[in-house]
Structure formats: C-alpha cells, structure tokens
Design a protein around this ligand. Structure first.
Ligand code: SF4
Length: 379
C-alpha cells in the first residue's frame, strides 16, 4: 500500500490558551474555565467516536496534540481522548506522539504523566529567551520559565524535544536573536523550529503596527537575522530538513513530514482539518458550533489542485519532491507537467534535481512562496 492510501497521522486540536499572544491568529480561545474545557473534551471524544474514517489508518500513524495550549488539559482528559482513539481502532503503535506545551503550564508530575500516556516528543513554545521580547509578544511565560521547562523535560526523560523561536518581531535585533538561539542550543533540544514573523490581520501586533506604536525590523535587519540563524544552527549540529525546521540526526518531526509529504491525516477538534488525499474536511472553528456537532465544510480538490499542493508541500522539505511518488500518485510525469517552471527555477538558481527529487536550493528556500507560486496553473 502506498503511504497516500492510508492515514499516516492524527491531529488533535486543543483550542485553549491562558492569554492570546499578540501575533497569534490560530484558533484558540482565552479565559475558558475547567467546565468549558470538560465540555470541549466531551465533544472531541464524541467526534472521534462518531467519525468513520473512509481510508484505513496506518498502524504506525503519528499523533500530534496541538493548539492552543494542550498543556491546559488535565492528564485524565488526555487519557480519555487517547482511550477514544484506541477504542475506535485509530491508535495502535504510533511512530511518534507529540504534545505541545507552554512554559509555566506544567510541572514534573504532569510531564511524567505524559510519558506514562505514551507521549514521546514535546514541542515547547519558547519563542525567545529575552523577557522584554516575550512581554511584547504577549506570552505568559518568562525566559526563566522557558529554561526551566526544557531542563525539566530532559530530566523526566524526554529526549525528543522541539523548541519554537520567532525572529523578525518588533524590538528584536540580530544580536538578541543570536543570544536566544545560542542559549537555546546550549540547553540542547533535539529539534528547533524557527519562524520568521508573519503579521496576521486582526492581531494586536497588526493593530500596533498600523497605529505606529510598534515598528518591525527592516528587511535588511531581518535578512541578517535569517543568515545568522542558518549559520549558527548548522554550526551547532542541527540539520535543516524543512524551510523552518532543524533537527539533530534522526530527530525530524515524523508527524509534520506526513503533511509535507502530502499524505492523508485525520484531525479532530474545533477548526481541525483532515485530509484523505482528495478531500479536506474543515471542522467549525467556533466552540459552540463545534460542540453542537455542526458538520464540517467539505472541500473537494481537483486533480490539478492536488498536484500543485503536493508540489508546494514537498518543496518545503530539503529532500524535495520525489518524481516516482508524483508519477505513482497521479499517473503523470512531473517534468512533462511543469517543464517551463522547472527550467525557470533552475535557471534562477532556486531549484535543482537531486537523486530523483526536484528540490529548492538554499536560495530558493529563502524565497519560498515566490518559488511555490511558479506551480500555480490551471488544468
Ligand atoms: S500560546 Fe500559541 S496558540 Fe496560544 S495564543 Fe499564543 S501563539 Fe496562539
């Protein structure tokens, strides 16, 4: 069976946060109490129980509990959700179980409880190790709490630890980003995701920028941050395997690779989107609508859109697009379908062929979206 003939991952969305961060437009709600959380968990379990997956679920399907801030769930609530997945036959022997946690929301007993439930990878929202930047981002944690959660996670045996950082935020400088990154690498996570800031409409960040109260670093300053990040991470032994993701040997995110390889995945929760290779189902984002059991919105993808999406997603990875996978999946040749676009990107130095794959060069990765746009065509 090809990997795209079965679900390879399961995403669970927990849309609660202590406080909305200034830059965030994810589906997450602040200030919900324990009763609201309990109602949501009940609805999530009901959704899992009532969903009959149209494709088989791979025995090794990865699990990713994301948000929001999943570490606001109690261990009992998480156990009940995992139990529902098992009862439904979706959870067998996952190749990876990742759980997102924010500093300041967990203690040692909680982390030990996660391990007991089978979580083997933590993704920590660190963002910066400078208190003034964290405050401006609207994060609820301090740099000390960030350091503490990394050390505590390692102490309780999480060897697979991913930490997120942001660069390009107002007041950040190349020197402050370097200081956060250098200290983070010294703390030794096995995986680092580093995201260039994207300003989303409707956020506190976008409001303050429009009012002229906050100022973004210039393009030159952000470019310096980018160059510095690439250099320090590679020198620190982290291998870049996706535009924003770096791993010590063997520690790539298996769950995120399901998305980037454009394979099917299940997803449950408010605002969650699942994908069977041809159709996307988008759950209602509003808690009340989700909890009432309103039906997801169905998006049928034409073969042309499937091809384009498979290309974009695979080009995010350093490995690039496998020509054999493309041919096996669509019964067509990638080189035949996109000859002029391929030639143009290679000519600009943005892409290359390597071992049966078409992939972006480091320069192409820097221009990411512009390179992807080359593949938007109509049938
Ligand atoms: S913790 Fe994450 S999901 Fe929650 S508001 Fe902040 S960035 Fe958004």
């Amino acid at each position: 069976m090809h990997p795209w003939e079965a679900y390879q991952g399961i995403y669970l969305h927990i849309p609660f946060c202590q406080h909305k961060c200034s830059y965030c437009d994810f589906i997450s709600y602040q200030g919900q109490d324990g009763a609201a959380r309990a109602r949501y968990v009940k609805a999530l379990i009901r959704e899992i129980r009532s969903y009959d997956a149209p494709l088989p679920v791979s025995r090794g399907a990865t699990v990713y509990v994301g948000g929001g801030t999943p570490s606001l769930l109690s261990l009992e609530e998480l156990a009940a959700i995992f139990h529902a997945l098992k009862e439904k036959g979706y959870l067998h022997s996952p190749r990876e179980v990742t759980f997102e946690a924010n500093p300041g929301t967990v203690d040692e007993a909680y982390l030990r409880g996660l391990r007991a439930l089978g979580v083997d990878r933590l993704s920590l929202g660190i963002q910066s190790l400078e208190d003034s930047e964290l405050r401006l981002m609207g994060r609820t944690h301090t740099a000390d709490e960030a350091r503490h959660i990394i050390l505590l996670s390692k102490k309780v045996g999480f060897t697979r630890l991913s930490c997120d950082l942001i660069y390009g935020y107002p007041t950040q400088t190349a020197a402050s980003v370097e200081a956060s990154l250098t200290e983070l690498m010294a703390l030794g996570p096995s995986h680092i995701s580093i995201y260039g800031l994207s300003v989303e409409p409707g956020t506190v960040l976008s409001h303050n920028l429009r009012q002229g109260r906050w100022i973004l670093p210039t393009d030159d300053e952000t470019g310096n941050m980018y160059d510095l990040i690439m250099d320090r991470l590679v020198k620190g032994g982290y291998e870049r395997y996706e535009i924003s993701n770096f791993a010590k040997a063997g520690d790539k995110s298996r769950h995120n690779l399901v998305y980037w390889h454009y394979n099917p995945y299940l997803a449950f929760g408010a605002g969650a989107t699942r994908f069977d290779g041809r159709t996307r189902e988008n759950n209602p984002a509003y808690l009340a609508a989700y909890e009432r059991g309103e039906a997801p919105e169905i998006e049928c993808l034409s073969p042309a859109v499937q091809r384009e999406e498979m290309i974009f997603m695979n080009l995010r990875t350093v490995r690039g697009l496998s020509l054999l996978d493309y041919e096996a999946r669509f019964g067509r040749s990638f080189a035949f379908d996109y000859g002029p676009q391929i030639e143009n990107l290679i000519h600009k130095g943005w892409a290359k062929w390597e071992d049966g794959h078409f992939c972006l060069t480091p320069l192409g990765m820097q221009y990411g979206n512009l390179a992807f746009e080359a593949f938007i065509t109509t049938d």
